[in-house]
Design a protein around this ligand. Sequence first.
Ligand code: HEM
Length: 223
Amino acid sequence: MTLLETTPTETLSVAMRQGSMAEHTEAENAGFTSQLLEGKINELGYLHYLEALRTVYGALEKVGRTLLEDPLVGTLHDLRLERAAAIDADLAYWSQRAGVELGHTSAAATAYAERIEAAAANPLHYVAHHYTRYLGDLSGGLAIGRVLGRTYEVAPEAPGLAFYEFAEIEKPKVYKDGYRAALDALPLDAAQRETVVAEVKVAFGHNQALFEELGQSLAAYQR
Ligand code: HEM
């Protein structure tokens, strides 16, 4: 018997989650993230974080739209998920509230966006980037939005935290179940699945690098 025949089959969605568990814990514990959730990051810090995310989602959604007809990506990318317009609305709010012009650059965000842009030629990689951001946004992201609402005293649906609102997705839990089912239905062989899981780790690594970069300015971001 080959190894493949004796290994119990793990679905792709489970492999992606299991494969990034350690990285996920690291992201939750990053200095910038934990300070953000403890309410210790000021408007400038949040603005810079959002600007970095805008670079990332710009790439994610540009490539997602070019791959809408791709047999793998086409079953996952959904315009209702897109965040760039929500981030733009939030950026206008936070730039005004922080009293700072937009235009902060981030080497980590640029590197992350470049990796996503390269995935235009590699749909398996794109699937990994798609999962890492959007399933995260639909999971912990929603709780993070509520914490930030309390920290910054932004009422639900008031301008400022649109990034965390998926107006067109009524039931995130149901949506996530459907998303995982779509992942599990992708016609991939073992090597292709490994490629996807490995790229999820790369995607988490880019998020970590982003937090580390923000972490270097914690003194300027103290609230
Ligand atoms: C601020 C720190 C974070 C917190 C508190 C957090 C919290 C959570 C929680 C509670 C879940 C599970 C939700 C559920 O069971 O449905 C989750 C899932 C997830 N998070 Fe995070 N998260 C954080 C950061 C991140 C980051 C930086 C990423 C990557 C960009 C990320 C990506 C994901 C993904 C992909 C899932 C879905 C896992 C799966 O079910 O396959 N998270 N997060």
